[in-house]
Design a protein around this ligand. Structure first.
Ligand code: PMP
Length: 284
């Protein structure tokens, strides 16, 4: 079991790596990231995560100076240096290392950071406890930016309250969670979830859940839902690359979901099977 890090061609143990103070991420959080799980040397949905990273970079005009294929080769090389059964593969580009100035000085190129860390999925049978917080983030939530202060505060609120995740809401409207997307199963077996716009991250796991829904004949309604709809939902589903598909048993300290366990289990199973097939595994 081993963690390994990379910064602009240098590799080493994450706790021993150093980065220049003038990396713009230190002052401004000026960069974008992506992350996914790997089983052995197989990085789950790597193409989609690399595509989203380049898309995020494009949205904030970071000009990445390597091809997607070059980045994938570096990621594959990093994962091959570990012997973890499962790893969390994290990668980010920061805009530049340059003298501090809000507008980035010209002539500097992006920095690539990578970490590979041992990690397992949380137990899919264990429900989550959820709390809530007004979503005070700005309107770049579709960019997977390193400016994560509101997300950090929301995750800390969850932890302080003995919860696993915080549901963000703008007024009565649920957007997403601190580091996951939030969907609900409604009576009649319909899955409802916030549409992809500037208020949420377009989750890759959520997109794959849609495919699972198609397989299982579950209609998907990409319409924002309210806190009250969440409280009344048959099931509350939390998706992210690091935990695939979890569900909630409490929201703000009160019971939630638990009314469509068979459908929920079928959805989880379909998503776990996709992971196993992709990674060439028979079981987790
Ligand atoms: N929303 C936010 C704010 C996130 O940080 C994440 C996890 N990266 C997600 C949603 C889920 O996205 P994905 O399924 O692509 O991991």
């Amino acid at each position: 079991m081993k963690s390994i890090a990379y910064y602009n061609g240098k590799t080493g143990a994450p706790e021993e790596m150093t980065i220049p103070m003038l990396d713009r991420v230190c002052y401004f959080g000026d960069g974008v990231y992506d992350a996914t799980m790997a089983a052995g040397n197989t990085i789950f949905l790597l193409d989609e995560h690399v595509d989203r990273l380049y898309h995020s970079a494009g949205l904030i005009d970071i000009q990445i100076n390597m091809t997607k294929e070059e980045l994938k080769a570096i990621l594959q090389d990093m994962i091959s240096r570990t012997d973890n059964r499962y790893s969390f593969v994290y990668f980010q580009f920061t805009r530049a290392t340059a003298p501090r100035s809000h507008a980035c000085p010209k002539g500097f190129s992006p920095n690539l950071w990578i970490t590979v860390t041992p990690k397992v999925f949380r137990d899919f049978s264990q429900p989550m406890k959820l709390t809530s917080m007004e979503d005070q983030r700005y309107l770049y939530c579709n960019v997977k930016t390193l400016n994560l202060l509101p997300n950090v505060l929301a995750a800390q609120k969850a932890e302080a309250e003995g919860c696993n995740e915080t549901v963000f809401h703008r007024g009565e409207t649920v957007t997403e969670c601190s580091h996951s997307n939030c969907s609900i199963l409604l009576p009649g077996g319909i899955l409802k979830t916030h549409p992809n716009d500037c208020h949420i991250l377009p989750g890759i796991t959520k997109a794959h859940m849609f495919k699972a829904c198609e397989k299982l004949g579950i209609p998907v309604d990409e319409t924002a839902f309210t806190l009250e709809e969440l409280r009344q939902a048959d099931e509350v589903i939390i998706t992210s690359s690091s935990n695939l598909c979890s569900f909630a048993e409490t929201f703000e300290g009160k019971p939630v979901g638990g009314k469509a366990p068979a459908l929920l289990k079928a959805l989880q199973q379909t998503m776990i099977q996709e992971f196993l097939d992709f990674c060439g595994l028979k079981s987790l």
